[in-house]
Design a protein around this ligand. Structure first.
Ligand code: NOJ
Length: 552
């Protein structure tokens, strides 16, 4: 039982991940220690003290396994070894030990929908139709001399790649160098479970499960997400691996509704701890199109979606809270102001999200208000998703300027530019040539400047993390929207054991009037440093946000 967290008087066991705040590290861009321009494990070890100061409970470590880096580590060629650029297994063990000393758990990225084409299983599988590993992947005969069906890859083009030597196609829902594993094959599942147990034995704090919604796919029927056997596999995985460990398991679950989220995360079903779902993230793309087809965000829709997720899971599910990750543009640039109001705006997004119910995730650099980094040509882009899309759309006749506009709005490199530590060359990320350009604003936006300023975005995050640790109301309280505000103001109550908190956030650059028929007792956090707040009647400043205790 986590101290101070008696759950609503119910005899429910409180899990550490319910009170946790997770920090995501994209190792390639976090901290280089050897001057090769690529972040590494030693770089992370050297920054554990920084993360301890921030106060986070766990690190979600994007993949560090052996990989040819077609998709920056999400294409794994050996699950039980470390990528050369990142270090060695001894470094990984040292990282686990150092993190453990700082009471920080390490949650590994588990990428088991697919492997790299350089994984030994695939190298074997390709050798012949009767190879023992052939059925580890998904092979189909051509139909009328072409692809078996019209399934498309998430990284553009067909999801089927022809293998000349054996005359069959294999499935790849991502790049052709990421062949999909055949989860219907019991041997594949056994290999995955053994590998997970290898990492559990090393003391990892859990798994973030990459596109886990895809493992139950039925490609012949065009079904990819949420296939019929998905939950059977997850229950089996739970039984065979982490079910007997006190770990965090979070599924990357695109397209989950609250009902689907309950299937994954209802404790009674013995699957995962929580979902990481993207419904709010899809709101600025055109209906039925893909992420590159932009439309402006409607704040009313954002509120509706976030409120739905706050109120619909009850005790039958658990959700993650996030604005950013390594696949998404930076939130201050995307839905806010990354210029003159950047500081207020970054703090507003933090306050609004971190007092909600769920487990918050902070993506590296978010805590210092890092911004998107626009490009002017495709030559500056590293990300395979954007590069493939560029060529695909160019061939379809799109204008170059429109494609680049989409990449600048939504491209994944926006969040992958190196971490900005200080105002020294390359922002202190590397002494060599960084693998991806450093955002030129690093002299203004960096960790050192944040640490030197008690009013910085960093200290807002630190305070929010501490508030969550100290106040069960954030973890367990009921959520109630304050509905009578203008659209741009997102305000809500949290209620727990007779206590009531109010959170108000102005999501716009304009002032807005706000008021409720109550009084504030204590200011918990305010991004305008107000020393008193009359919640009966006030004018919210651009991107202003605060949380107060309401007088009982
Ligand atoms: C989701 C990951 O977050 C993303 O970075 C990756 O490209 C795909 N899954 C494929 O593994």
């Amino acid at each position: 039982m986590v101290k101070g967290y008696e759950a609503k008087g119910m005899e429910k066991e409180v899990k550490w991940w319910q009170t946790a705040v997770v920090y995501q590290i994209y190792p390639r861009s976090f901290q280089d220690s050897d001057g090769d321009g690529i972040g590494d494990l030693r770089g992370i070890i050297n920054r554990i003290d920084y993360l301890k100061l921030l106060g986070i409970t766990a690190i979600w470590l994007s993949p560090v396994y052996k990989s040819p880096n077609d998709d920056n580590g999400y294409d794994i060629s050996d699950y039980q070894d470390i990528m050369d650029e990142f270090g060695t297994m001894a470094d990984m063990e040292e990282l686990l030990a150092k993190a453990n000393e700082a009471s920080i758990k390490i949650v590994m990225d588990l990428v088991v929908n697919h492997t790299s084409d350089e994984h030994k299983w695939f190298i074997e599988a390709k050798k012949s139709r009767d190879n023992a590993y052939r059925d580890y992947y998904i092979w189909r005969d051509p139909v009328d001399g072409a692809e078996p069906n019209e399934l498309g890859s998430i990284f553009s083009g067909s999801a089927w790649e022809f293998d000349e030597a054996s005359g069959q196609y294999y499935l790849h829902l991502f790049s052709k160098r990421q062949p999909d594993l055949n989860w219907e094959n019991e041997k594949v599942r056994r290999e995955v479970y053994d590998m997970m147990n290898f990492w559990l034995d090393k003391g990892v704090g859990g798994f973030r499960m990459d596109v886990i919604d895809l493992i139950g796919k039925l490609p012949d029927q065009g079904i990819t997400g949420n296939g019929p056997k998905l939950h059977e596999y997850l229950q089996e995985m739970n039984r065979e691996t982490f079910g007997s460990h006190d770990v965090l398991t979070v599924g990357e679950t695109w397209g989950a509704t609250p009902e689907i989220a309950k299937q994954y995360s209802d404790p009674k079903r013995n699957e995962l701890s929580m979902v990481f779902q993207f419904e709010h993230i899809g709101l600025d793309q055109q209906e039925g199109k893909d992420k590159w087809d932009l439309k402006p965000l409607d704040i009313a829709e954002l509120k509706e979606v976030l409120v739905k997720w706050q109120t619909s899971l009850g005790d039958e599910g658990w959700n993650s809270l996030f604005w950013n990750n390594h696949d998404l543009p930076r939130i201050v640039s995307r839905w806010g102001n990354d210029r003159e109001l950047r500081e207020q705006c970054a703090k507003m997004f933090a306050i609004l999200l971190h007092i909600m119910k769920g487990t918050p995730y902070i993506y590296q650099g978010e805590e210092i208000g890092m911004t998107n980094c626009p490009v002017t040509s495709i030559d500056e882009v590293e990300d395979i998703e954007a590069v493939n899309m560029y060529h695909d759309r160019l061939a379809k006749g799109y204008a170059v300027e429109d494609i680049i506009r989409s990449i600048n709005a939504k491209g994944r490199d926006n969040a992958r530019t190196p971490m900005q530590w200080d105002d020294s060359v390359n922002g202190g990320f590397t002494s060599g040539t960084p693998w991806l350009h450093v955002n030129p604003n690093y002299a203004e936006i960096n960790v050192q400047r944040n640490l030197d300023n008690p009013d910085s975005i960093f200290y807002t995050y630190k305070r929010l993390i501490q508030l969550r640790k100290d106040n069960p109301i954030i973890v367990w309280g009921d959520f109630e929207l304050i509905a009578h505000t203008v659209k741009e103001v997102f305000a809500y109550y949290r209620l727990y054991n007779g206590e009531k908190w109010l959170v108000a956030a102005n999501m716009s650059e304009r002032e807005h009037a706000f008021g409720v028929e109550e009084d504030a007792d204590e200011i918990l956090i305010s991004n305008y440093n107000r020393s008193s707040i009359d919640i009966r009647q006030l004018t919210l400043q651009p991107y202003e946000a605060f949380a107060v205790k309401v007088r009982g």
